[in-house]
Design a protein around this ligand. Structure first.
Ligand code: NDP
Length: 332
């Protein structure tokens, strides 16, 4: 049996993860941690969770808890992962893994030392369309890859106008959203960018110079150029990806959301054709791979190392935006 504790009475837990845990075999939610007794009680009550606590120590000492899902705001991921690992709990952590690369490194080391699984919830690689796109790219159906464009602009839902646009310590578009684009590109292309450059916007929604819009250019091995447009402030835009190869183009439409959505098209000398996708819930898939890893089978969909790489690249992008320089990416 996998007994879960939710660390963080968050929106993402409520919307996706409670259900994703409960559809797994032999899994249950034991308790939820909130820094507020009142918020914790409300969350537990609304989600039929039998207990709530305000002290992480109660979770660490609870033998019924084998795994924790950490979805507090980003500055807490580091210390809570280290504490959970030291108590022998498996950790599924939200992105960004940490705010600093050295912290992410320490989290991986702590989980390895404790012999617990560390997974990170980069959900887009769990989308069936991206999984099919990855397979087709690896098969070489569009020949030699030349360039990629990513469209990930939307209007941040009003309910989310909190720390994302107000907390210069842990918020901002890059660590919230662009980091998902990075993880998805790593997953699809199968390598890390070597160089990045970026320009950001600020002030349409986010405060204090925090970014709420971005354009990124990256160079991947094999001289592949990649462009990302990300935004919190663009309504009516559709998320997508285009892969340009020597023999054709692969186009993913409506494929950058949390929903099991996305349509895939191939365009080449034979014309344009839609590739059928059998969608599944992204979070169910993430929890299924994580639960299997806890039971000794395989790895989580995204590992701690994936989280570390995505964070390293995201911080290089932020450094480029701040300095106006091209940054060489060095994944530790
Ligand atoms: P929320 O803002 O809903 O929750 C984050 C924390 O904020 C909670 O732990 C909670 O603290 C605190 N909080 C919530 N409501 C209030 C309130 N009314 N007043 C004061 N504090 C409050 O965060 P999200 O769910 O949007 O994001 C949580 C994490 O998950 C982030 O790391 C984010 O990057 C990630 N995320 C990942 C997604 C994915 O698909 N992979 C999607 C969305 C987010 P407490 O627990 O102490 O009550």
């Amino acid at each position: 049996h996998i007994g879960w504790a939710l660390i963080g009475a968050s929106n993402v837990a409520r919307q996706w993860i409670v259900d994703a845990i409960r559809v797994q075999n032999d899994s249950s939610i034991v308790t939820v941690l909130s820094s507020s007794d009142e918020r914790g009680a409300k969350f537990a009550n609304e989600n039929a969770i039998p207990a709530h606590v305000t002290d992480i120590g109660a979770i660490l000492a609870d033998d019924r808890v084998n795994a924790v899902y950490i979805s507090t705001t980003n500055q807490f991921h580091h210390v809570q992962t280290i504490a959970a690992a030291a108590a022998g709990k498996h950790v599924l952590c939200e992105k960004p893994l940490a705010l600093r690369v050295t912290d992410a490194h320490d989290m991986i080391a702590a989980c390895r030392k404790a012999g617990v699984v560390l997974g990170i919830n980069h959900h887009l690689r769990c989308n069936a369309m991206h999984q099919e796109l990855r397979r087709l790219l690896a098969e070489g159906v569009i020949g030699r890859l030349n360039a990629v464009r990513v469209f990930h602009a939307n209007f941040l839902a009003h309910a989310l106008h909190g720390w994302r646009i107000n907390d210069a310590g842990g918020g901002g578009l890059i660590l919230d959203s662009t980091i998902h684009d990075i993880d998805t590109l790593r997953f699809l292309i199968g390598s890390n960018p070597t160089h990045v450059m970026a320009m950001t916007q600020s002030g349409r929604l986010a405060h204090d110079g925090m970014e709420d819009g971005i354009m990124v250019i990256m160079r991947f091995p094999g001289d592949v150029l990649v462009q990302i447009h990300g935004s919190y402030t663009v309504p009516f835009s559709e998320g997508g990806m285009e892969f340009y190869g020597s023999d054709g183009v692969l186009v993913g439409r409506d494929c950058m959301s949390q929903r099991p959505a996305g349509r895939l098209f191939i365009r080449n000398a034979d014309g344009e054709r839609e590739i059928p996708i059998h969608h599944h819930n992204l979070y169910h898939y993430a929890l299924a791979t994580f639960s299997a890893a806890v039971r000794g089978r395989g790895q989580p969909a995204a590992t701690g190392e994936d989280g570390l790489a995505a964070l390293t690249i995201a911080l290089a992008i932020r450094e480029s935006a701040l300095t106006g320089r091209q940054i060489e990416v060095d994944i530790p």
